[in-house]
Design a protein around this ligand. Structure first.
Ligand code: ATP
Ligand code: PRP
Length: 316
């Protein structure tokens, strides 16, 4: 099939083709009912039920493609957006997965405990832009710190560093190996559980940034209405994953107390029970808070507390 000719009237939506974000992105597309068939080895897939084409790209390249404007939407990490320094990209939704930290790491049993000790040394990373920015600030901060002279008076610190004196080298993967191989005194890489870092005999001494997967859009999308529709669908799936629906019966006399416990996203739905003095309540509760919420409701005399999974939602 001549794919290029099929792309003209379609909104292009870039998703990571592999790596940590890939499967969760596919799940999100499935939950949003964005149906597609991807031919083996092809990085473009036409959607079957919407005028969209999915473009499967490395997470690191997605901000640039979205920033250049032909691709209207994309999913990638905030770290990749920051590293790309692309201006024409807007973050529209935090997707709640792909959470990790970009951290400065050094040998766990070495002498270095503070990132300023790495000034003038060799750093290896896949994030050279963010790392250069981080060390430039660090060098500037160290240089401008006043220092006490022999008679106790504060004098400007002799330039301890030469701006840009820290060497920052790029590698595309397996960054953790760099210290063991003797090519780096420290690395800057992503840490989630810390397992990779510990297995490589490293420890974290500073955080450059925290990151999560985000939905991004180009600042001047070709089809803003469709961008809105897709965003609303994805937001609905994310909300559904984050919340459960809690229903219960409670004494009307306790209405104020139970409203405090379950305020809902806007407000709880309260209806009268046929039984005098009782109400039925239906309300969305954050999944991670549901056990504490049920305990607190029970203490206020609520009964028949039921929790239901939300499979999809449309909220603002
Ligand atoms: N351990 C992790 N936990 C959570 N999110 C992560 C983790 N590692 C990476 N990410 C997120 O996923 C994005 C893509 O990283 P990943 O290493 O999966 O990409 P890749 O280099 O394209 O894939 P691969 O490592 O398979 O070659 C990162 O920029 C970050 O936002
Ligand atoms: O703290 P952890 O839970 O161990 O995760 C951190 C690791 O995950 C990422 O790499 P990934 O495994 O995706 O492979 P890569 O090194 O090839 O990028 C990242 O680059 C770290 O190496």
């Amino acid at each position: 099939m001549d794919l290029v000719n099929h792309l003209n009237d379609r909104l292009l939506f870039a998703v990571p083709k592999k790596g940590r974000l890939h499967q969760q992105c596919l799940d999100l597309l499935h939950g949003s009912d964005i149906q597609f068939h991807r031919n083996a080895r092809l990085d473009i897939a036409l959607c079957l039920n919407m005028p969209i084409a999915l473009v499967f790209l490395p997470a690191a390249d997605i901000p640039r493609f979205v920033g250049e404007g032909r691709v209207d939407l994309g999913i990638t990490g905030q770290d990749q957006v920051a590293e790309s320094q692309t201006r024409n990209v807007e973050e529209i939704l935090n997707l709640g997965f792909g959470k990790c930290k970009l951290q400065v790491q050094v040998p766990a049993n070495g002498e270095i405990n503070d990132p300023s000790q790495l000034i003038g040394k060799n750093i290896v990373t896949s994030f050279t832009g963010l790392t250069k920015e981080y060390f430039s600030k660090l060098e500037a901060a160290v240089d401008s710190k006043p220092t006490a002279s022999a008679n106790g008076a504060e004098t400007p610190r002799r330039r301890a560093t030469i701006a840009g004196s820290t060497t920052i080298k790029y590698v595309g993967g397996s960054v953790e190996a760099a210290c063991a191989l003797g090519v780096a005194d420290g690395i800057v890489d992503l840490v989630e559980s810390g397992e990779t870092m510990r297995a490589a005999g490293l420890k974290a001494i500073a955080t450059v940034m925290e990151t999560a997967a985000v939905l991004i859009r180009s600042k001047n999308p070709s089809n803003p209405a469709l961008v809105e529709t897709i965003t609303a669908r994805i937001r609905g799936v994310i909300t559904a994953q984050k919340y459960v629906l809690c229903t219960y019966n409670a004494p009307r006399a306790k209405l104020e107390e139970i409203k405090q416990i379950t305020p809902g996203r806007r407000a709880p739905t309260v209806t009268s029970l046929v039984e005098e003095g009782w109400v039925a309540v239906s309300v969305m509760v954050e999944k991670k808070k549901i056990a504490d919420t049920m305990d607190a409701l029970a203490l206020q005399g609520a009964t028949d507390i039921l929790v239901t999974t939300i499979s999809n939602s449309r909220t603002i």
